[in-house]
Design a protein around this ligand. Structure first.
Ligand code: NAP
Length: 286
């Protein structure tokens, strides 16, 4: 019974990876070696964890990885110089800038510098504008896109559905709301200033949480048989990873739910490699 309710990320990630492997083989047969560059400052634990997961996914797909690690005290000028050199390096097809950026480096400068064609995690305002205008030649942020991939893989209808997104960050909530609207969903977006989130959430057929608030959503926030997508990655008092949803409190009431871990997080890196292949094809006019 529980198994039927779980929307496991691995199944989605495996399916995307399978297609990417085929694409990479095809590119290699044409003499093209798909390569991603990961640009980071210092060696923060969160970056290291994502780098490991992304590098493993790339290696499964036959994608080369180049890591550029700048000193934690590097200047903004040095960062931009490194980014510009990746922009013009023809052997690099996609660039991942680890977020959040180091405090001495301004988001807007990086966003304006990164080559939009290589911007596979939607840093550039050009890609954000493409998302707004439903132009599929750009790239959505990988986590927001991962949510859509999960809904599609498990055949969960989006069109005309009553969906609430809890969170409005530029990396997850806002772009996700746009992706859903582009697919004809009716979307409500909640944030820290929203009044009565419980009422809005418990009236939603699909509830997607990206607030970063450990186990905040208990059964009162959930409609009977709703689909719950939990993007949050938090740690509880015992130091265990958990989502924004109080899993034990909602499991009997929900129709379907992504667990944390083993949910959205495992799909994000497969979207990253899918975007890398798209960028590689586009740069080679394929
Ligand atoms: P963020 O920038 O901190 O944004 C959090 C959003 O949630 C904000 O819009 C904030 O509202 C809203 N919020 C916070 N507390 C709230 C509350 N009590 N009630 C209503 N709204 C509230 O975080 P983020 O970067 O979007 O990440 C969100 C979560 O997703 C984090 O747990 C993060 O670790 C996780 N994440 C997961 C993946 C993955 O691959 N699974 C990737 C990226 C992030 P305001 O705008 O009003 O402040």
């Amino acid at each position: 019974m529980l198994d039927k309710k779980l929307l496991l990320g691995k199944n989605v990630a495996d399916s995307i990876t399978k297609d990417v492997v085929k694409d990479v083989e095809d590119l290699k047969s044409k003499g093209i070696n798909p390569t991603i560059a990961m640009l980071k400052v210092g060696n923060r634990e969160e970056d290291a964890a994502y780098q490991r997961a992304a590098s493993n996914r790339c290696s499964k797909c036959g994608i080369d990885v180049r890591i550029i690690e700048l000193d934690e005290n590097c200047s903004e000028e040095e960062y931009i110089k490194a980014l510009n050199s990746l922009n013009t390096d023809e052997s690099i097809h996609g660039i991942l800038c680890f977020r959040p950026l180091a405090k001495q480096i301004r988001e807007e400068i990086v966003a304006d510098t990164i080559n939009p064609v290589k911007d596979i995690d939607c840093f550039s305002p050009i890609n954000m504008a493409k998302l707004m205008s439903n132009d599929n030649t750009g790239y959505a942020p990988c986590t927001a896109k991962a949510v859509i991939e999960i809904l599609d893989f498990y055949d969960i209808n989006i069109k005309s559905e009553n969906i609430s997104v809890l969170g409005r960050s530029l990396v997850v909530g806002k772009p996700l709301a746009l992706l859903l609207m582009n697919r004809d969903a009716t979307v409500r977006v909640c944030h820290s200033k929203t009044k009565d989130i419980e009422k809005i959430a418990s009236d939603s057929d699909i509830l997607i949480s990206c607030m970063g608030r450990a186990k905040m959503l208990d059964s009162r926030f959930v409609k009977e048989d709703a689909v719950l997508i939990d993007v949050g990655i938090n740690f509880d008092e015992e130091g265990n990873m958990c989502g924004d949803v109080d899993f034990d409190s909602v499991i009997d009431k929900v129709g379907k739910i992504t667990p944390v871990p083993r949910g959205v997080g495992s799909v994000t890196t497969s979207v990253l490699v899918k975007h890398l292949v798209k960028a590689c094809k586009s740069l080679n006019n394929l």
